[in-house]
Design a protein around this ligand. Structure first.
Ligand code: ARG
Length: 587
């Protein structure tokens, strides 16, 4: 379905041509003075120069022409040369009716040329609990994935576990100290290792911080951990079996956590999966003359003459031959190209890693790991801060586990629901967790990703203002009216010309859905969807306060109201699905 702006632009360009002017002047935009008109065209101002005529004269001719069309209720020229337009109520109703008939996509076309996109998000580190720092990557990445998919692209999400660094060596070292008798530490052992992991997730979560703290104080301990890391990376059987256990135990726990966030991944690959590709990749970089030794380490230069800031060389191997974060990211690109050959790779990572990704991307292109035409895109997000403006912490000042943050918001929502007294027990708990997720995700996504934001639990959970719960309240209100009326939400029924200004305003807002989704997809900017649905929810609530829907006596009018409600509900529910949350049946 064509966007409403395109349809209007078509007519206005035609009018410019009929009046003897170039059609390029017929470009229309949404009015920036909604008090004066709905749409405007400023082309006469530019055309005036070419045709050496007063802009108002050109605008007048074109407006007069447009006035004869059914599309418009009002078209007028306005000093110094604007063309102001309002759509006719009938035309608008017919456009909205076609959106309504398209019950799955509400008028949003799929892209003409779908791309294969791989999106790298989440990025949790195994053996460490998920903390709030990983929240943004998961929330933003999930929304971008869903939005690009809805737009029609073929999207593959990969969690890219952090499972290949010193943290693995640390865990192995500590485990060896605690349970030296384990078969994994017996170098002579040739048999099959046990299936059962020698630790639980709680033990694992305790081992890592303990080992990490020791390594900071004890040089010998650290050296041992580095040695264990090296052995692991160079094929030590026992250590690799332990890595397998760490992964299984940890990934099970991560999956449970991501499930609570309603975040899913197509691939659960990690840094360690890149390991088999490292030797050949490094060899090729050397053979092609890109990689050279500098201060003992193997590096590739990635600076450009045009750089305004220094971009240091990309380090490929440390002087001891160990691979680094860079190495696994580059080797990951090797298998991603080989197995999937994507057109675009997106990375949703903390913006403090921007320089790092500049180095990695340049190195990948320079060394031919990724062809020139493949799009490498870094989406760097800002920090989630506490009310003090500093990175979000627990009350005790520690790193906040994501799980605890979630339950805190859930509890807050639950007590609100209990205060309202609308429901209890299981239903109340389930609703609280649905609404809590909307509060967290909307609170995050309504900000431009690159900006820092303040996690304000009171504001985020409020049912008033620009919040997730406000959007959900609006949806629940519509659902309840539709169910009282016994109206089939997916009937795709048409609507009549608007009966009031607020109804027309709601219809106009609905027509912007497709543009909002398109710009959110092309710019990979979920905040555009939030901004749109906030406007739409406001337009609906104004209409709702002005209109007696269920008490309307004229059956045709009442039905038209209900179809409009059903469409608004469909649009809002589709949009929140793109943001990664859903609405309860009641609240
Ligand atoms: N595990 C990393 C961290 O916690 C994030 C991974 C981001 N993705 C990537 N391909 N490097 O900082």
């Amino acid at each position: 379905m064509k966007q409403i702006l395109e349809l209007i632009t078509d007519k206005v360009t035609e009018a410019f041509e009929t009046c003897g002017y170039d059609k390029k002047y017929g470009w229309v935009s949404i009015s920036n003075r909604p008090d004066l008109c709905e749409f405007q065209c400023n082309g006469a101002l530019a055309a005036a120069k070419e045709y050496k005529k007063a802009p108002i004269a050109i605008a007048g001719e074109v407006a007069e022409r447009l006035q004869t069309l059914d599309m418009f209720e009002k078209c007028e020229s306005c000093a110094p040369g604007f063309i102001n337009m309002n759509l006719s109520k009938e035309y608008l109703a017919s456009y909205v009716s076609s959106m309504s008939a398209d019950t799955k996509r509400m008028g949003v076309d799929k892209v003409a040329e779908p791309k294969k996109v791989m999106i790298d998000y989440g990025g949790p580190n195994v053996a460490k609990p998920l903390h709030v720092g990983h929240l943004r990557s998961a929330v933003i990445g999930e929304s971008i994935k869903r939005t690009l998919r809805f737009a029609g692209h073929d999207v593959i999400g990969d969690v890219h576990l952090g499972d290949w660094g010193l943290q693995m060596g640390l865990i192995i070292t500590e485990l060896k100290l605690r349970k030296p008798e384990l078969v994994y530490f017996d170098d002579t052992f040739q048999g099959e290792y046990p299936k059962e992991a020698p630790f639980t997730i709680s033990e694992l979560e305790e081992i890592y911080p303990c080992a990490s703290a020791k390594s900071k104080e004890d040089e010998a301990y650290k050296a041992e951990a580095m040695d264990a890391t090296f052995k692991l990376q160079h094929g030590n059987r026992g250590y690799q079996a332990l890595l397998g256990h760490i992964l299984t135990v940890s990934v099970n726990d991560l999956k449970r956590n991501y499930e609570k966030l309603d975040v899913t991944f197509d691939l659960w690959k990690g840094e360690s999966d890149a390991q088999p590709y490292i030797p050949d990749m490094v060899q090729k970089m050397k053979d092609d003359g890109f990689a050279y030794i500098s201060d003992g380490a193997l590096v590739v230069d990635v600076k450009l003459d045009t750089d305004t800031k220094e971009v240091p060389p990309c380090m490929i191997l440390k002087s001891d031959g160990a691979s680094l974060y860079n190495t696994t990211d580059l080797a990951t690109m090797v298998w991603r190209m080989k197995d999937y050959n994507p057109d675009t790779m997106i990375y949703v990572v903390d913006k403090r890693q921007e320089l790092y990704f500049t180095q990695v991307f340049r190195c990948a292109k320079k060394t031919g790991i990724v062809p020139e035409e493949t799009n490498l895109h870094f989406i760097g997000f800002g920090t989630m801060n506490g009310k003090d403006g500093k990175p979000f912490k627990t009350r005790q000042g520690g790193v906040m586990r994501l799980e605890y943050l979630l339950s805190e918001v859930e509890e807050k929502m639950l007590s609100k629901i209990q205060e309202n007294g609308t429901m209890e027990g299981e239903e109340a708990a389930k609703t609280a967790s649905t609404v809590a997720l909307s509060a967290i995700k909307y609170g995050d996504l309504s900000n431009q990703a690159s900006k820092d934001y303040i996690f304000d639990i009171d504001r985020f959970t409020s049912s008033e203002g620009n919040t997730g719960p406000y959007i959900l309240y609006t949806i629940v209100r519509m659902k309840s009216i539709l169910s009282k009326a016994g109206f089939d939400k997916n009937s795709g029924a048409s609507v009549l010309a608007a009966h009031s200004d607020s109804e027309k305003a709601l219809m106009l807002e609905l027509t912007k859905f497709s543009a909002a989704v398109n710009s959110a997809a092309t710019e990979m900017a979920p905040h555009k969807i939030c901004a749109y649905i906030y406007d739409l929810a406001n337009a609906f609530n104004r209409f709702y306060h002005d209109t007696k829907i269920l008490a309307e006596e004229d059956a045709a009018v009442k039905n038209s109201y209900l179809s409009l409600l059903a469409l608004t509900d469909n649009v809002l529910e589709t949009a929140i699905n793109l943001l990664g949350f859903e609405a309860p049946e009641r609240m």
